[in-house]
Design a protein around this ligand. Structure first.
Ligand code: PGA
Length: 255
């Protein structure tokens, strides 16, 4: 397994945290403490903090991302934000299909596909989240669930489109719970996703796509998770709100 064929990406997902003042403060702290070597760093802020974040990270190694995007270019979609709007701000990345969006806002595999499509068409890099619930893991259908989510999310995507896609495997039971998947569990599912990409596209394409693990990744467990051959980075919630913890995770990814 040759990890050098793909980028390692550590992305922080701040969720509904950090107003503009807090955003500036934390990003300033991160620029002092985080040292990224051969690893891409992304911070996904709330929509309202994006401008402040972009300003605070101008000519910095920290890239800024949004946490969701609508599938339409514009129109009567009260409360939504389009890919064009994000692009205009200077945002580079966007998360799609996060399990909290699926769980609390009724997003489906189909709308995740449409949102990801809109992001890619606008030249954004999409971090597409997939992952099973605890019940699904207990029913031993993890691989089936994750395969289905990934397949539908990427439906209609060309090899060229895939260059702007990162997949984040995030078991729902590990998100915000402090209960991390073991490195073996993370590796097994990330490997399964790569096998699916190989079936859908080719071995070469499968080897080129960054697949992250997410779900209670922290300063203590990052090293082991990131040492796995198919785990190419992390999507980090809680630990991305503390500069020192996030710096330790980026250091682990930079090894
Ligand atoms: P967590 O969140 O690191 O707090 O578990 C991960 C995520 O939701 O992306």
């Amino acid at each position: 397994m040759d990890k050098s064929k793909r980028r390692t990406v550590i992305a922080g997902n701040w969720k509904m945290n950090q107003n503009t003042a807090e955003t500036k403060g934390l990003l300033a702290e991160m620029q002092q403490t985080v040292k990224a070597d051969n690893c891409d760093v992304v911070i996904c802020t709330p929509f309202t903090s994006l401008s402040a974040a972009l300003q605070a990270t101008e000519s910095s190694f920290i890239n800024i991302g949004a946490q969701n995007v609508h599938f339409a270019k514009n129109g009567a979609y009260t409360g939504e934000i389009s890919a064009q709007m994000l692009k205009e701000l200077g945002v580079k990345y966007v998360i799609t299909g996060h399990s909290e969006r699926r769980q609390y806002f009724n997003e489906t595999n189909e709308t995740v596909n449409m949102r990801t499509r809109a992001a890619i068409d606008e030249g954004l890099i999409a971090i597409v989240c997939v992952g099973e619930s605890l019940t699904e893991r207990e029913q031993e259908i993890t691989n089936e669930v994750v395969r289905l989510q990934t397949k539908i999310a990427l439906s209609g995507f060309s090899v060229e489109d895939l260059k702007n896609v990162i997949i984040a495997y995030e078991p729902v039971w590990a998100i915000g719970t402090g209960r991390t998947a073991s490195a073996e569990q993370a590796e097994e599912v990330c490997c399964e996703i790569r096998n699916l990409l190989s079936e859908l596209y080719s071995q070469e394409v499968a080897q080129s796509v960054t697949i992250q693990y997410g779900g209670s990744m922290n300063a203590q467990n990052a090293d082991e998770l990131l040492s796995k051959p198919n785990v190419d980075g992390g999507l980090i919630g809680g630990a991305s709100l503390k500069a020192a913890d996030f710096a330790a995770i980026v250091a682990a990814a930079s090894k």
